[in-house]
Write a protein that binds this ligand. Sequence first.
Ligand SMILES: Nc1nc2c(c(=O)[nH]1)N=C([C@H](O)[C@@H](O)CO)CN2
Length: 119
Amino acid sequence: MDTIFLSEVKVETKLGVPDWERLKPQTIILDIEIAMPHSNSCQTDEIEDTIDYGAVVARIRQTLAERSFKLVEALAEHLCQIILNEFGAPWVKIKVAKPGILPGLKALGVVIERAQDKA
Ligand SMILES: Nc1nc2c(c(=O)[nH]1)N=C([C@H](O)[C@@H](O)CO)CN2
């Protein structure tokens, strides 16, 4: 499986269980792996034959500016569904990290992976 990766993407968004935490944006860090569609972009050298990673980052920044979530789980699921449904990826894995939330650890969060339903 060939993949596209987006490493340590910093995004501002409103996220957190307590209401006060969602009053203003905080920085989260995303690591994303996206399976490339079964196309021949490696041979054609054409952007139309693959997933434009710049477009993915722009779409993620847009939705996380507009939306707010309580749980990192729900945020991760939302992003997975966008990448599967809007970009046609066969499979995606996303790590959502919240840095500086608890004393004594660098970051915490979730890693989830999702795939297209088999027809
Ligand atoms: N499994 C989770 N546990 C917790 C989350 C979460 O999103 N998933 N969030 C919080 C709070 O938002 C915390 O990060 C800051 O108050 C607590 N536990």
